[in-house]
Design a protein around this ligand. Structure first.
Ligand code: AP5
Ligand code: MG
Length: 212
């Protein structure tokens, strides 16, 4: 299966992509995670991307497209779940040159839910596992259940940056909903539901489409 998981910041793209990846043994490819890794390692891409990410702006298309083309173009992934890419119409066109997409899962969400999810998110500084202080709390406060690492707040999860990310999503990424629905590839799932219910809706959809 070659999926795109699309949706506003904080709607649960990463959470659902990881669940789909574990259940169906399909690699999860997150442009945001790859970029954050580059920032942490201070690579050339990371040095260029850092300021955009910290302020909630999109990293310029030429940088992201080149990075993703190297990953997807190597023939490394016959199946994948793309999380966070494409994010602009230009990126979607570039992706068409790289590979074929079977389905786009669009997680819709209300702004109230998004703000609550992003303001309570905690990420493991070591293994990058994601928690939420209310919805998915770790067993021990501030400590990752999986590896014992320290949980931190993502730099772009500050309230003023969250607002900018949502505005940018609306202008640059929301047009992708129309783009993929016109191609008959878009399937909408209510992202305001509990994570397990969203996942069971997605799993039923994948089965119906004969992708799982
Ligand atoms: P990216 O990392 O992709 O961030 P995002 O799109 O803003 O989305 P998030 O990762 O914040 O949210 P999510 O939808 O994955 O939600 P999650 O599952 O964590 O991008 C970051 C930055 O990188 C961008 O701003 C940009 O600068 C750059 N970038 C990346 N890709 C790019 C591209 N293609 N082009 C240009 N720039 C790019 O869940 C959120 C919280 O809610 C968690 O705490 C979770 O535990 C909780 N939660 C999840 N689901 C549920 C549920 N159903 N019920 C209750 N709580 C839930
Ligand atoms: Mg994410």
């Amino acid at each position: 299966m070659r999926l795109i998981v699309l949706g506003p910041p904080g709607t649960g793209k990463g959470t659902q992509s990881r669940m789909i990846s574990e259940k169906f043994k399909v690699p999860h490819v997150s442009s945001g995670d790859i970029l954050r890794e580059n920032v942490a390692k201070k690579t050339d891409i990371g040095k260029k991307a850092e300021v955009f990410m910290r302020t909630g702006q999109l990293v310029p298309d030429n940088i992201v497209v080149k990075m993703m083309a190297e990953i997807l173009g190597k023939g490394k992934y016959r199946n994948f779940i793309l999380d966070g890419f494409p994010r602009t119409i230009n990126q979607a066109h570039e992706l068409e040159h790289l590979t074929k997409i079977d389905l786009v899962i669009y997680l819709s969400s209300s702004e109230k839910v998004i703000l609550e999810r992003l303001s309570g998110r905690r990420t493991c500084s070591v293994c990058k596992a994601v928690f939420h202080i209310k919805n998915m709390p770790p067993k021990k406060e501030g400590i990752c259940d999986k590896c014992g690492g320290r949980l931190i707040i993502r730099e772009d999860d500050r309230p003023e940056t969250i607002r900018d990310r949502l505005k940018i999503y609306e202008i640059l990424s929301d047009p992708l909903v129309f783009f993929y629905s016109q191609k008959g590839l878009l399937r909408e799932v209510n992202g305001d539901q509990p994570a397990e219910k969203i996942f069971s809706d997605i799993a039923a959809m994948l089965k119906k489409e004969k992708l799982a």
